[in-house]
Design a binder for this molecule. Sequence first.
Ligand SMILES: Nc1ncnc2c1ncn2[C@@H]1O[C@H](COP(=O)(O)OP(=O)(O)OP(=O)(O)O)[C@@H](O)[C@H]1O
Ligand SMILES: [Mg+2]
Length: 235
Amino acid sequence: MTDRHDPAPYIDLKGIRKGYRIGTETVSIFADLDLAIAGGAFVAIMGPSGSGKSTLLNMLAGIESPDAGQLMIGGNRLDRMGEASRTAWRAHNMGMVFQFYNLLPMLTAAENVELPLLLKPLSGKERRLRTEKVLDLVGLAGREKQYPTRMSGGQQQRVGIARAIVADPGLLLCDEPTGDLDRKSADDILAMLGFLNRELCKTIVMVTHDPQAARHANRVLHLDKGEFAEERSAA
Ligand SMILES: Nc1ncnc2c1ncn2[C@@H]1O[C@H](COP(=O)(O)OP(=O)(O)OP(=O)(O)O)[C@@H](O)[C@H]1O
Ligand SMILES: [Mg+2]
């Protein structure tokens, strides 16, 4: 499934095969999956539990490898990279947002956000400036020293988003980013993702069970039995 108007998609998966070995059996998740996503898109991926949404996201993140097929992002063949190159690529090119935030409870909001910058050749001052800037962007200015355990779910997810964008990646991968939030907090987070997509040109791939969340995307894909069906595509 391709974006007809984009001859060189930002994300291009061809013939992806992926299964898990359970004992002596291999359970197939994807036998021959194709997917093309244009740069600058905001894509929602829906589908039943166990259909492979997180597996797909983890392959896009370079955390899991396909068993076969081509996985190209931004012109780079992730499936051909070694572990070290993939880790470095990930640090520069993508941010991840999780359902349960994955913040470290013993670190402050600012320390959590600063973590991805520790992999970069930046001074402490530059790291602090960038951290403050993104915390401001997500509406948490002045809360640098607060611990995530003292924050609401919506605030914790803002910290999660700030951490995901602090190194200025082009791609955001979000696995159920609003799955743990009430409607109001969920809508705030979705509006923020929409802003990052429109104003800062982040390409976003978001897994969600929530049809209202999917409406914020400009493309909705349904994953079922190892295949995609497209719901609608904004022109
Ligand atoms: N590390 C693993 N080892 C073995 N099987 C796995 C592993 N990870 C996932 N699976 C299996 O792969 C299938 C797809 O899992 P995945 O987590 O990608 O589904 P999902 O669509 O994200 O589901 P959910 O909506 O519940 O989050 C499931 O049947 C799951 O049990
Ligand atoms: Mg999942």
